[in-house]
Design a protein around this ligand. Structure first.
Ligand SMILES: Nc1ncnc2c1ncn2[C@@H]1O[C@H](COP(=O)(O)OP(=O)(O)O)[C@@H](O)[C@H]1O
Ligand SMILES: [Mg+2]
Length: 250
């Protein structure tokens, strides 16, 4: 579907069919997701038979390639942060005679955190397990913050989870650009981490039953209290490494 928007064609969905080629190199396998900026497909690099992911940007969300360029540059700058997906290259797709920018990155296997939660009994984690997830997230995000950057859109649909025993292996997708000052954007990440922790334990409905050390971290989701206790991701990580945990009871 497309509509005119000033001089830019507005696209609300590309709906690429399986087997469609991108830049003569990649074959579409399936759609992985869609959102505000565009659509993401699982693709096959035909020559190497390597699976990758392709993010197609809606032209109206990517005027003069600003969004895609910022995304690619930031992923490149943060390429040694293991919690982020690896960016490979930029390509172009012609869709209904329009040039569409496509970012190719690694394809990450696993489940979205939102789906993982839905698959659990009671659709929530044991608080101690949620604490392990939070720890893995905080360590990953801390590295991004120490490079003076931020993620900007942390929520359960932007986190891909693989679980091995106690350990969570996580990958973050979908960086978001905020116009706020950098220290504010890092605070947005910290608040989002606590919000995710809270959601993993069942959210507001289960708050009263959460163990005291979990409540200490959540601060009733009051932003100012959270940031007073944990002004940086490093401080939150240190807290998790040193805290006392009395068990899972109320
Ligand atoms: N590199 C990837 N590997 C596997 N799945 C991905 C990858 N990137 C995105 N996805 C999937 O596609 C969905 C949408 O991608 P995302 O980058 O979050 O775009 P949007 O801006 O549309 O939210 C994600 O929620 C995830 O399920
Ligand atoms: Mg997303």
């Amino acid at each position: 579907m497309k509509k005119r928007l000033g001089s830019v064609q507005k696209v609300s969905s590309f709906d690429l069919m399986p087997d469609r080629m991108i830049a003569k190199k990649y074959r579409v396998l399936s759609q992985l997701g869609a959102g505000w900026e565009g659509e993401v497909y699982k693709i096959l690099e035909v020559n190497t038979k390597i699976e990758r992911a392709a993010k197609l940007f809606f032209p109206q969300r990517n005027i003069r390639n600003k969004t895609s360029k910022r995304n690619a540059q930031k992923l490149h700058k943060l390429r040694y942060c293991p919690i982020l997906i690896q960016y490979h290259t930029e390509e172009e797709l012609i869709y209904k005679k329009m040039p569409v920018t496509v970012l190719i990155s690694e394809y990450v296997e696993g489940q979205l955190l939102s789906e993982f939660l839905k698959s659990l009994p009671g659709k929530r984690m044991d608080p101690y397990q949620a604490l392990h997830l939070l720890y893995a997230l905080v360590k990953g995000v801390e590295e991004i913050h120490l490079l003076n950057e931020y993620h900007g859109d942390l929520h359960t649909d932007n986190i891909i989870v693989n679980k091995f025993g106690l350990r969570f292996e996580l990958k973050l997708v979908d960086l978001f650009h905020h116009t706020a000052p950098k220290n504010k954007t890092r605070q947005i990440d910290i608040l989002a981490l606590i919000q995710i922790f809270h959601e993993c334990m069942g959210g507001q409905k289960w708050y009263a039953k959460m163990p005291q050390p979990a409540k200490y971290i959540c601060c009733g989701l009051k932003g100012s209290l959270i940031l007073k206790k944990f002004p940086t991701a490093s401080q939150l990580r240190e807290h998790l490494e040193q805290m006392e945990w009395m068990g899972t009871g109320a």
